[in-house]
Design a protein around this ligand. Structure first.
Ligand code: ATR
Length: 281
């Protein structure tokens, strides 16, 4: 039997930790697999995916900037992918690609189980309204946040995400310019890709309630600017996206292989080598 092939598709993607994570999970559970990277510019996404399928690709993770586009190539979407309007996990079936989104459940599992945060009742702010933000917003609402304010550089995407989420009682789209007047939040989640092209967006003081939690969906250098701001703002917890990365990978692994890996050892290995430390409780 040939070894099943998997890949992460993104642009850029060379830095991705997903091959190491999935290889480590496979070793842990005695499951043979190949996992590579595919760099595809936005206009090449469909052809890159088709080539991967033709070469026997079984499943793929999708990362920046293809998560919304990936949803549009699927024959079938899971409920959580449909709600997110974004796909980070593809599974090849006889009918075509099946799309799932494990980012949201991965984030919630990291925050609640690894970092011990109780998300229920939190007044929350989501900064960004692209694929990454859309991927995590439904799971955050399901985790019991009191409110989810959303701000984004371009207002159209803020409104589109809020409309897609549909929970008008709890979801509040706002202009970026409103940021200074929205008061303190118990949870602030940074989900823009700004740091990949330079620096994280500058944020006003007073955005974090005393001892509030700040979370960047990125890790390593991409998370530094926001997490520095959070610590300077008195955050009780300043958490990067490394744990979410490992948890979403575990959920994808479960989807593909039918077995859930233990994430603690892989998280510790990556934390030691690659990413800035997490502070807080
Ligand atoms: P991703 O999958 O990482 O979310 P994306 O769908 O391209 O990628 O979305 C990028 C997000 O980062 C968007 O919210 C984008 O804001 P716009 O919708 O206004 O483009 C945000 N973003 C990117 N560069 C930014 C910057 N310099 N300042 C603020 N927001 C930025």
């Amino acid at each position: 039997m040939s070894i099943p092939r998997f890949a992460v598709i993104g642009h850029p993607v060379a830095h991705s930790l997903s091959p190491r994570i999935h290889t480590a999970f496979g070793r842990q559970l005695g499951i043979a697999l190949e996992y590579g990277t595919i760099d595809a510019a936005p206009e090449q996404f469909e052809s890159a995916l088709a080539s991967f399928a033709a070469a026997g690709g079984t499943g793929a993770n999708i990362t920046l900037p293809h998560k919304a586009r990936a949803a549009s190539v699927c024959e079938h979407l899971s409920d959580r992918a449909r709600r997110a309007g974004a796909v980070n996990t593809l599974l090849r079936t006889d009918a075509g690609w099946e799309g799932d989104n494990t980012d949201g459940v991965g984030l919630v599992r990291d925050l609640t189980q690894r970092h011990g945060l109780d998300l229920r009742g939190r007044r929350s702010l989501l900064i960004g309204a692209g694929g990454a933000a859309a991927g995590v917003a439904p799971a955050l609402l399901d985790a019991g946040l009191a409110d989810l304010f959303i701000v984004n550089r371009s207002r159209g995407r803020t409104d589109a995400l809020a409309a897609a989420l549909g929970d008008r009682a709890r979801v509040h789209p706002h202009h970026w310019d409103d940021l200074g007047g929205l008061g303190g939040f118990d949870l602030v989640i940074h989900a823009t890709s700004a740091a990949h092209g330079g620096a994280a967006p500058s944020l006003p003081g007073g955005l974090l309630a005393p001892r509030g939690a700040a979370v960047d969906l990125g890790y390593g250098a991409a998370a530094t600017g926001f997490l520095d701001w959070a610590r300077a703002s008195g955050a009780g917890s300043a958490i990067d996206g490394l744990g979410m990365l490992v948890e979403q990978a575990a959920e994808s692994f479960l989807r593909w292989h039918g077995a859930r890996p233990d994430t603690a050892g892989v998280y510790a290995m990556l934390r030691e080598r690659d990413a800035a430390p997490v502070t807080g409780d």
